[in-house]
Design a protein around this ligand. Structure first.
Ligand code: ZN
Length: 163
């Protein structure tokens, strides 16, 4: 296992829709192990393949009591609404309030290629939506009004210069 370099805004791969995962082999298992390790190292609760520079529809999550690998993820049901702070490892964890569904149902394949469905609420639902967005080339800041989006980007760039 190894920790991969996290890609950061505005790298192009973060804005590209991922390609479907088609090979469910040992290589994919190794990739998922690396993604978990990279996520834990960065103290995140979710990480998608574009965040380590790979144009693939794949994410890992360890959030509340949900730990899973999701290949070719789709959100097939949503209900309710929640607004709270969200951040992203690719945008320096600068927080902003995003409105999302309160409850979602995810459909995806595990690392063996088996399809499954999983429901989540609250924070975990937010993580499912955030990571599925990454697979579609979308960042959480894309949900913000332009002024707030610019503020998050400015703060991120400023903090990056200080590092
Ligand atoms: Zn993110």
């Amino acid at each position: 296992m190894s920790v991969r370099k996290i890609t950061e805004y505005p790298e192009a791969v973060l804005a590209q829709a991922g390609k479907p995962v088609t090979e469910f082999d040992e290589e994919l298992e190794k990739l998922c192990a690396d993604m978990f390790e990279t996520m834990y190292e960065a103290e995140g609760v979710g990480l998608a393949a574009p965040q380590i520079g790979l144009n693939l529809r794949l994410f890992v999550i360890d959030c509340e009591d949900i730990k899973l690998v999701a290949a070719n993820p789709e959100i097939i049901e949503t209900s309710g609404e929640q607004s709270s702070q969200e951040g992203c490892l690719s945008v320096g964890k600068v927080p902003a309030v995003v409105t999302r569904a309160e409850k979602v149902r995810l459909k995806a394949q595990n690392e063996k290629g088996e399809w499954f469905e999983r429901e989540a609420e609250g924070y975990a639902a937010r993580a499912f939506l955030h990571e599925t967005d990454h697979c579609d080339g979308k960042l959480f800041i894309d949900h913000l009004p332009k002024m707030r989006r610019d503020m998050v980007v400015k703060r991120f760039q400023k903090e990056k210069r200080w590092k």
